[in-house]
Every structure is written in C-alpha cells, then in structure tokens.
Design a protein around this ligand. Structure first.
Ligand code: UD1
Length: 465
C-alpha cells in the first residue's frame, strides 16, 4: 500500500508546449502529465473572507514586499499529510499541495477547505492560500512547478562576482509521498526503492537547484530495526548516520557510531537509506536544514470526523483495519501474534494522535527556520508509552460500545514485538509534547467512522472503508 504516489510513467516528459518560466512571473502550466489546479482564492467564496497577502507579516519576513511564501507539502492529501496541511493553514501558512491522489481522494482537499474556512471565520482571520497540484512528484515536470514558484535574482558570490540565482517563494518542504506497507515491500522491493529512495534523490537535486533547503522528511520508527525489541524506549541516538558525540545514561561522554541493525523489510531499508542520504547531503552543503521525523504509530483523526485514514488500496495498518471491522467491511480483526513477550502476548506499539504528529511538523519547520536545524537532525514523534494491540482494541470497543470480533493469527512477517519512543529530544529541542491520549484517538476515530457511514461521499470513502 502506498501513502500517495502511483507508479511513474517512465515515458513521461516535459512537453515542449510548456511555457518557459519567466523569472518575474508565475507561468500557467498545463499538459496531460502535469495537471495544475489553481484553486479559486478564498476571496471568491462569497463569504467575505480575504486571502493572506503580502501585507501579512509572516510572508513579508521571508521576502519583504514580494509575493507570498508557501510551504510545499508533497503527499499532502494522504492521512498524515492532510492533517499536517490543516495545521499549517491553522497556523497561517500558505500551502502548496502536490499529490497524485493514488492513495487518497480529492474530497480530502474539499474537507480541508471546509475546516479551515470555518476556523478562520470563527477567529475572524484571513484564510491562507491553498494551491493544489495533482502531480506525481517524481515526474520531470516537478521541476517546472518549482520554477514557477521561483524568481531569478542577482547575487554576489564569495569572489565578488555577480551571478543570477533562483530565489524561491517556497520557504520549506514537507515530504510525505512514499510507499509504506511492510508486507507489500517484501513482495515489490524495487517499487519501494524506486519511489522512496530514487524519488527522494531526484527531489533533493531539484530543490537544491531552486535554492530550497529547508526540508522535513517523513521517517519512521522502523529505522530502529531490531533495537526495538530491547524493550527500552528508543532514543534518536540509537541510530545515527555519522559519528556523533553524546552523553550516555551514566553521564559519560561517548562517541556514537553509525550502524543499522536488523532492518526487517525493504520498507524499513528505504527509510534508513533515505535518512542516510539526507544526512550526507546536509554534511556536504551547510545550506541544508533537514529534519527527519521518526513517526511511531500515528492514529486517530481530526475531531471533526472530516479527515481520517482512508487508503485506496487494501488496509493493512491496525486502525484502518479496525475501522473496516467497525463498518462491517471485514468480519473480524486478525491479531498477528499472541506470544510476544508482553503483558497480554500481543505486540506493543507507541500510538500517537495524528494531530500531535502534525504539530510536530510545524515545530520542526520553525526550528529549521530559526537556525536550530542546520545540517541533519532526527526526532522521534511518539507518545512515549506503549499500548498492546489488545488494549488498543479494548479502548475502541469501550468508545464504540460494541464488540470487535478477533481472529487469532500468527505473527506477521517483518513485525517486531515492542516499539516505544523516547520523546526527550523532541520535547527539549522542538518544544513538542503530545497532547492527546489513546482514548482521544479512539473517540476521534469512532466519530470519523460514524460520519463516514452516515454521510457517504461521492468519491468512494464508503467503498474504501
Ligand atoms: C510499521 C512500522 C512503522 C511504520 C508503519 C507503516 C515498525 C516497528 N513500525 O508499523 O514505523 O510507519 O509500519 O506501515 O516497523 N496488527 C494486527 N492486525 C492487523 C494489522 C496490524 O494485529 O490487521 C498489529 C501488527 O502486527 C502490529 C500492530 O498491530 O503489531 C501495529 O501494526 P501496524 O498498524 O501495521 O503498524 P506497524 O507494523 O507497527
């Protein structure tokens, strides 16, 4: 299952009919492989809202007197991406979403607009800009999109020579678009390496060309591999990509060495390789500010019930499967493994509310922007406490007030028994701390399920659930 991107058409190329980008204007782009939709500005919504413009302080701090600046969110209509886009808008950022809708629906965009419009109305604030580009980020036309948000400006290099360089109106990039199924990655490793690794390398080349160097990467606890099973909360220091000084639990100075241990599947290796590449890129060029956010198990959804996890393909993660059981699409939950060394024999995971994860991205962007994030830095985003699969099921049963039928199955290939985060670094350095509980995750998910059943949308949510 993938998070956002469909297979590339290798024959795709930048069509010759595309206009060349002027350094001073944003060209209108369109071709069969490069759908670009400029959403009507919220000023057109007939409700008296005005869009954010360059008089806003947030934008003018980046480019005084210039066009508005944006955060580019690649894979912005997927599960974590859509919640992050909503949080960015709530914080007043203008957002460019690139998504090919391969694992989500366009209705997600509509729902984001509904939610932010209502929020801004309540607060009496301006509605930030949302530009949506339906596009696979690996297509060559991604470069034209980046160019369309750039201006050519004259600068002076260190030798005192004048040269033309790009200055982008994109002040930060958050990259979610990746395949994410452990099981599928075992069957189709090349597809996973192609998208999650090759796609990333090409994207970084393009961002570098347009001088966009603030980058947030969706990583995963999966990079810790076999270290998960040590039973201790996982610290970022447990996986470094270059030698790094640190203080151990006894207060001694230690030199950490890079080493990957027991990466259990191609998916895990793609995330590990991607992080290692990003660490090398940042070491080679001090202009880069790169943060890798290692997600543990994001669950729950916006309390409105309008956004949630609704993959197009087969659901394989625990909560989407539970959703399908609650809506009657599946008769029962197959519980993978009852003999793990845990309090009830089922695996332990660190479930974290997706809105907490989304807020982590906003803080990481701010940290990068304020200079904290020169180079490469990884942060765990987890709750810091473990919940067994059975406990997660029981909390949802209590909220929904109904039984979830279980079907005891063997361990799933590639699974680990225990995976819990240390949240110390994110708390200290980003000022991030999770606000929501597992009970809140269950309540929000149940709300999403009920809304989905009550009010099926035309784009297939009811089929997908
Ligand atoms: C794994 C990665 C995580 C990654 C995610 C992407 C690890 C430790 N974690 O999450 O970093 O972001 O994949 O997909 O590698 N389960 C069932 N029945 C089901 C589905 C799941 O019992 O039908 C169990 C699993 O066996 C597991 C737990 O629920 O013990 C959570 O599974 P899932 O939601 O798929 O996430 P992880 O595999 O933990």
């Amino acid at each position: 299952m993938m998070e956002t991107c469909a297979e590339l058409s290798e024959s795709s190329s930048a069509p010759s009919s595309l206009p060349s980008a002027s350094p001073l204007t944003t060209p209108e782009l369109s071709d069969d492989g490069f759908e670009i939709e400029r959403l009507p500005s919220p000023i057109d919504d007939g409700e008296g809202h005005r869009p954010v413009d360059d008089s806003q302080a947030e934008m003018s701090q980046h480019f005084p007197g210039a066009s508005p600046s944006f955060i580019l969110v690649i894979g912005g209509l997927g599960y974590i991406g859509s919640h992050t886009v909503l949080e960015l808008l709530r914080e007043g950022h203008n957002v460019i979403i690139v998504d090919n809708l391969s694992n989500c629906y366009e209705s997600v965009l509509h729902n984001i607009k509904v939610l932010i419009t209502s929020d801004c109305k309540t607060k009496g604030s301006a509605i930030p800009l949302i530009h949506f580009h339906r596009l696979d980020y690996r297509r060559r036309t991604m470069s034209l999109l980046l160019e369309s948000y750039s201006d050519l400006v004259m600068t002076i290099d260190s030798a005192g020579k004048q040269k033309m360089t790009y200055r982008s109106r994109i002040s930060g990039v958050i990259h979610f678009a990746a395949y994410k199924s452990v099981v599928e990655s075992l069957k189709r490793p090349l597809q996973y390496y192609q998208n999650n690794v090759c796609g990333l390398v090409r994207l970084m080349e393009q961002l570098d060309k347009y001088n966009i160097h603030h980058f947030i990467f969706s990583s995963s606890a999966t990079v810790y591999g076999a270290r998960c099973n040590a039973g201790l909360p996982l610290r970022e220091e447990d996986l470094v990509h270059h030698p790094e000084e640190s203080i151990d639990a006894a207060g001694n100075r230690v030199l950490l060495q890079p080493s990957a241990a027991g990466l259990s599947c191609p998916y895990a290796r793609t995330k590990y390789f991607a992080e290692a590449i990003l660490a090398d890129v940042a070491a080679a060029n001090p202009a880069w500010h790169i943060v890798a956010l290692r997600y543990f198990n994001p669950v729950g959804c916006d309390p409105s019930g309008l956004l949630g996890e609704n993959p197009r393909g087969e659901a394989t993660n625990l909560y989407p499967v539970l959703t399908q059981v609650l809506t009657g699409v599946r008769p029962s939950l197959g519980v993978f493994g009852s003999n793990w060394a845990t309090r009830d024999g089922t695996a332990i995971r660190d479930f974290i509310h997706v809105l907490d994860v989304a807020r982590g991205h906003i803080l990481a962007l701010a940290w990068n922007r304020d200079g904290g994030g020169g180079g490469f830095r990884a942060f765990n985003l987890g709750s810091g406490s473990g919940t067994t699969v059975l406990e997660a099921v029981r909390s949802l049963e209590a909220t929904a007030n109904r039984m979830i039928p279980l079907n005891w199955a063997g361990r799933r290939p590639g699974d680990v028994g225990v995976c819990v985060a240390s949240t110390e670094r994110a708390r200290k350095e980003l000022g991030w701390s999770p606000r929501e509980t597992i009970a809140q995750c269950a309540a929000d998910l149940w709300n999403f399920v009920q809304r989905s059943v009550r009010k099926p949308c035309s784009e297939g949510r009811e089929q997908a659930l």
